[in-house]
Design a protein. Structure first.
Length: 271
């Protein structure tokens, strides 16, 4: 009997509603959300778009308190898997938390946010290497968020990939490489493509509104996708929405449909 292919969103966030935050799942101070991101809203959007499941990335709104996302994962175990947020605290407590979240709470990925590292330190410090290595040991991939540009963190990513080749890697939002318009941007995009030499590196074709220079449907990204797939192969490229931020930009369903159009005009990717 034929089975239909499932559509999986590789990158989105959820956070507590204001009522839930006041009652049980508080926001981190100064990180109160400005738009709704609770799981019921997500489920409505996914149903409308025909998306079957997703990887939930721990949001900065709850920082290192994973209790809300964990509650969602436990409530919908066949719908969602979780990506925890690594805590690079110098006392090493983040490594123990990482192990607990993976082994006890079932998280299936880890996010390294370089902007959470202590000032003047890099993801290749002792703590960063320990967490990256542990992720590989436990069989979960590590996602990198290079929000301020791949060029700022390229050497760190290369060092970690070289030293710990068994740890799978995901580059969020096309590593924030916009369609290049100058030599510096062309170099950054070229360096992204060169990361395909590491067989463990994957790319998220996600949050298109963050990397496109054009309004929806982000037509300038078809060529970007084509080159990424040509370098990495379709099996190492994943679609992701960046819900709930995407909703105000083009709608959840609109983003998913736009991604399909880019795939049809360039190549197929994992969705």
């Amino acid at each position: 009997m034929a089975t239909s292919t499932k559509v999986i969103d590789s990158h989105l966030h959820v956070w507590a509603s204001p009522e839930e935050a006041a009652d049980k799942f508080p926001y981190f101070a100064g990180q109160e959300p400005t738009l709704p991101g609770h799981v019921d809203f997500l489920l409505e959007c996914m149903a409308e778009a025909g998306v079957d499941g997703a990887l939930i990335v721990q949001p900065i709104n709850h920082k290192f308190d994973h209790s809300y996302v964990t509650s969602v994962l436990k409530k919908y175990p066949t719908k969602f898997v979780g990506c925890c947020l690594a805590n690079p605290a110098e006392d090493g407590s983040g490594l123990k938390q990482l192990e607990h979240l993976i082994l006890k709470d079932g998280y299936r990925a880890v996010r390294l946010n370089p902007y959470l590292w202590p000032s003047g330190q890099q993801m290749t410090n002792e703590i960063g290497k320990a967490m990256f290595s542990k992720a590989g040991e436990l069989g979960v991939p590590v996602g990198f968020m290079c929000m301020k540009g791949l060029n700022l963190h390229l050497s760190e990513i290369e060092k970690l990939c070289t030293e710990f080749p068994s740890t799978a890697v995901m580059l969020d939002h096309v590593a924030f490489c916009k369609p290049p318009t100058n030599d510096e941007e062309s170099l950054a995009f070229s360096e992204l493509l060169k990361l395909s030499r590491f067989p463990q590196v994957h790319v998220k074709f996600s949050a298109l509104f963050r990397v496109s220079r054009k309004p929806f449907p982000y037509e300038d990204l078809s060529e970007v996708l084509s080159q990424v797939v040509s370098s990495f192969g379709a099996n190492r490229v994943m679609w992701g929405s960046d819900f709930p931020f995407v909703v105000a930009e083009c709608g959840y369903k609109g983003h998913q449909r736009s991604s399909i159009c880019h795939c049809q005009s360039s190549a197929s990717i994992i969705v």
